[in-house]
Ligand binder design. Structure first.
Ligand code: NAP
Length: 309
């Protein structure tokens, strides 16, 4: 897997999730099952061949860190099933990170988040869909209804001891919740919403993860306030602040590439998992790993904060 050179997904270097080394430029699978808004019951299924081609091209480009979840599905398409169909037998070194906690009915409606005793079922669902015996990394995705981290994270630590999971992470957490999880078991990654325009507290948390040797994996780095609706749903004039467009023009790249590269410049522990079902966007995203921004560009404070609500 990968081309072993400093091009493609390897251009931004590597990071270790526990004992698993990944290229810092990865891929998020949430956009694959549908076009348009994700995680809604009546989402429009994406063309299957296109989704599979995007995954195979990502692997060709050296992407060896894929983020997914069993609840990433649309009518007819499942992200995990697409990954399995496109990439298995899996190449050595491919790290698939999944997340548990949130739950959707077969209809696509959200249902109550999993109780701790239901997490084994979610882990096994991911194992079946991905066709693996062990999950590389499982993130506990905290939901507003989940008050305790320790109890569900403890349930995942039990599954780790039972050999179903190699490493654990957390998602949608505060610094206090990360500390609570770490008191239960080692945490290899934090997956939180983050990108250009984030708040001082969010910047501080991203830094703190690095200081603790934990990968920080932003989601919505491109989509920003467009969230599940995607980059096209971002609010604000033309959706993209002039400061970002200026940097993009200076480098001859797109605003999306600037946003991605900016996250990678926040520290060697920051991993990118851009989501796309568009083959051209995939190429752009991987190429963004080679983009080098100046210190001034990295220090950019946006007058409009497209990553906030
Ligand atoms: N832990 C969590 O709670 C959580 C929540 C959300 C997402 N995630 C994970 O994080 C990953 C990233 O989040 P995301 O996919 O929502 O958002 P994202 O990577 O920030 O952006 C995706 C959006 O930007 C567009 N896009 C991607 N590359 C582009 C490019 N080069 N140029 C222009 N537009 C581009 C996509 O549309 P096109 O398809 O048209 O390219 C889509 O609308 C997800 O795939 C998922 O694996 C985790």
């Amino acid at each position: 897997m990968g081309n072993g050179s400093s091009t493609g997904a390897a251009a931004a270097g590597t990071w270790r999730l526990g004992d698993l080394e990944v290229n810092r430029m990865g891929f998020g699978a949430m956009r694959l099952p549908q076009t348009g808004r994700a995680l809604i019951p009546d989402a429009v299924p994406r063309d299957r061949d296109q989704a599979i081609a995007v995954l195979r091209r990502a692997a060709e480009l050296g992407v060896n860190h894929i983020d997914t979840a069993a609840f990433y599905f649309s009518p007819l398409r499942s992200a995990n099933e697409l990954i399995n169909a496109a990439l298995s037998p899996y190449p050595d070194g491919l790290v698939i990170v999944t997340k548990v906690g949130p739950a959707r009915e077969p209809s696509g409606q959200w249902s109550a988040a999993a109780r701790p005793d239901q997490l084994r079922g979610q882990v096994e669902e991911n194992l079946r869909q991905l066709g693996r015996d062990v999950l590389d990394v499982v993130n506990l995705r905290m939901m507003p209804s989940m008050t305790s981290v320790a109890e569900p994270f403890g349930a995942l630590a039990d599954l780790q001891r039972a050999g179903l999971i190699r490493h654990l992470g957390v998602s949608g957490v505060t610094p206090a919740q990360l500390a609570e999880a770490r008191a239960v078991a080692p945490v290899v990654c934090v997956q939180n919403r983050y990108g250009l325009g984030a708040s001082p507290d969010e910047h501080a948390f991203a830094d703190a993860c690095g200081q603790q040797g934990i990968a920080f994996v932003p989601f919505f780095a491109i989509a920003g306030s467009g969230r599940g609706g995607g980059a096209g749903a971002r609010t604000g004039a033309a959706g993209e602040p002039a400061e970002v467009l200026d940097i993009a023009a200076a480098h001859g790249v797109t605003a999306a590439q600037v946003r991605l590269a900016w996250t990678l410049h926040r520290g060697p522990h920051v991993l990118a998992i851009p989501g796309t079902g568009n083959p051209d966007h995939l190429e752009d995203n991987v190429a963004a790993g080679a983009l080098r921004l100046s210190d001034d560009e990295v220090a950019l404070q946006l007058s409009v904060h497209p990553n906030s609500d």
